[in-house]
Every structure is written in C-alpha cells, then in structure tokens.
Design a protein around this ligand. Structure first.
Ligand SMILES: NC(=O)c1ccc[n+]([C@@H]2O[C@H](COP(=O)([O-])OP(=O)(O)OC[C@H]3O[C@@H](n4cnc5c(N)ncnc54)[C@H](OP(=O)(O)O)[C@@H]3O)[C@@H](O)[C@H]2O)c1
Length: 260
C-alpha cells in the first residue's frame, strides 16, 4: 500500500470496464477512496463498489455521466463534494463508441463533422471541464494529479482512427497547457498514452483480430497490452514519492510497438 495514495480520493470517468476498471482497482488496493462514473452499466458499477469496499476497506461511489455533455461535470462534482471530503486525483478515461462515433470512426473520405465533433467533445471538452472542477478541489488540499488517457493512434496509423487520433493529439496539448497554469497550485497534469490494449473498446474495432496479431508480432514483448499496464503508470503519476517533478508530459505505454 502506498502512503501517498492511502486515504486520498480518486475521481475517474468510465471505470466499469477495461482500463478504467483496472485503474480503479489499482488505486483501491493502495487505499484510495474512489468516486467513479458509469454510462450504461449501473449494475456493474454497484458490483464493483461492493467488491472493493469489502476487499480493501475503502469508500467507493458511482455516478452516472455522459461525456457528450461535459458541462454536467459541474453537478457531478457537487455530488462528489457531498460524499467525499477531498479530491486529490482526477483521471479522464471514459470513451464513447457505437452510434455517437458514426462519421468519426471511419476512413478519411467518410469522416463527418458530427462524428468528429462528438469524439472531440468526449475526449477534449470532457477533460477540460472535469479537470477544471477537480483542480478547484485540489487547490483546497494543497495539490493533486490530473491525468488524461491518450492513445498511440496519434503516433502510428490505425485504420478508421483519424477522429480519435486527432482528438488524442488535442487532449495531449491541452494537458500541457493545464500543466503550465496549474503548477503554481502543486497540481501536476499528464497524459498516459496506450498502444492497443485488450478491452471492449478495441474488440469493437472491425479489424480487432488483425490488430491483435500485428501487435503480438510488433512488440518485442510479444503480447498485447493489458489494462493493468496502464493502471501502473497512472498510479506512478499520482504517487508524489515517484513523480513529484513530472508534469506536462505524455507517458507512452505501447510494448515497444511504435518504434517498429
Ligand atoms: N483499448 C485500447 O486499446 C486503448 C489504447 C489506448 C488508450 N485507450 C484509452 O483508454 C480509455 C479507456 O478505454 P477502454 O478501452 O478501457 O474502453 P472500454 O473498455 O470500452 O470502457 C469505456 C468506459 O467508458 C464508459 N462510457 C462509454 N460511453 C460513455 C459516455 N457517453 N459517457 C461517459 N462514459 C462512457 C463506459 O461506461 P459503461 O460501461 O457504463 O457503458 C466504460 O466505463 C479511453 O480514453 C481510450 O481512448 C484505449
């Protein structure tokens, strides 16, 4: 258990599955209290609460959130204020899929403004409003750590990924600006960028099996990424004993694939 994490509060979006869920468990096992969001899977959210509260003796609460409506973060944080006495860490993780990415998750010639705008809203605007609300609370406790998830689809070509790759570039730039302006409050802001990680989001790609085979072949570690690989980097970025002078950066966790 990390003393720098124990008793602190993590707010994380989209923690019912995949990477978000792995991050939630990594922080809970280190003694953090957790405020997390779900979109459709309320039942799974309740199961997670029961499990982590019993296993790790921490407090966990789940709240509905739609990242296509970033302004709703304001009310969400007011609810979090009622349930938790402090906010120390914020991780913008949730990602949209399905109907809302039509025209955004597509080959270049089929891209449409609405789909692209939805991805930008969910990735960049949700990060901005969530991080603003989190930073106000972090200032009251002397600092904190803010993280946006990103993806190496902005470094290497992935079919259909122009909309996401472009918005991940944008959020990495937003992270740098936030880092410059929040440093005076001892708030660090970074991005964690993953190569292909085996989650539902990736399984939704039509070429999932090809991506998996290619990643296994490209990575010197001969495997795809696991959500736990990303969770470790997030814990590191919130642990002041490990990363106190690290801000405005993107940590790339790609199993070595981007260099091949
Ligand atoms: N998988 C990869 O290969 C990979 C690689 C690099 C970076 N990333 C990034 O890592 C993050 C998590 O991805 P993942 O693969 O773990 O995704 P995932 O397994 O598909 O989980 C998505 C999460 O987002 C929530 N969500 C879905 N629609 C939402 C909405 N409209 N508003 C709010 N929340 C919503 C889901 O909640 P419900 O379950 O309640 O629907 C779920 O908790 C994303 O930012 C992604 O870009 C992923």
């Amino acid at each position: 258990m990390l003393e720098t994490i124990k008793g602190k509060t993590l707010v994380i979006s989209g923690a019912t599955r995949g990477i978000g869920k792995a991050i939630l468990y990594r922080f809970a096992e280190n003694g953090a209290n957790i405020a997390f969001t779900y979109n459709k899977n309320e039942e799974e959210a309740q199961k997670i609460i029961t499990d982590v509260e019993a296993k790790f003796n921490i407090k966990a609460k789940a709240y509905p959130l739609n990242v296509l409506e970033p302004e709703t973060y304001k009310d969400l944080f007011l609810k979090i204020d009622e349930d938790f006495s402090r906010v120390d860490f914020f991780i913008s993780n949730a990602i949209i899929y399905g109907k809302s990415v039509v025209g955004g998750f597509a080959p270049f010639m089929r891209l449409k403004p609405k789909g692209l705008n939805n991805i930008y809203t969910a990735t960049v605007l949700a990060f901005v409003v969530g991080a603003q609300e989190a930073a106000k609370r972090m200032q009251k406790v002397g600092g904190g750590s803010i993280i946006s998830l990103s993806s190496t689809g902005n470094l290497v070509y992935m079919p259909n990924y122009a909309g996401h790759g472009n918005s991940k570039n944008a959020v990495e730039t937003m992270v740098k600006y936030a880092a410059m302006e929040l440093g005076e409050f001892n708030i660090r802001v970074n991005a964690v960028s993953g190569g292909p990680i085996d989650t539902d989001a990736l399984k939704a790609f039509p070429d999932y099996e090809q991506i998996k085979a290619a990643v296994q072949e490209q990575s010197p570690l001969n495997r795809m990424g696991d959500p736990k690989d990303i969770a470790g980097a997030c814990l590191f970025l919130c642990d002041n004993n490990s990363s106190a002078w690290l801000t405005g950066q993107t940590i790339v966790i790609d199993g070595g694939t981007s260099f091949k």
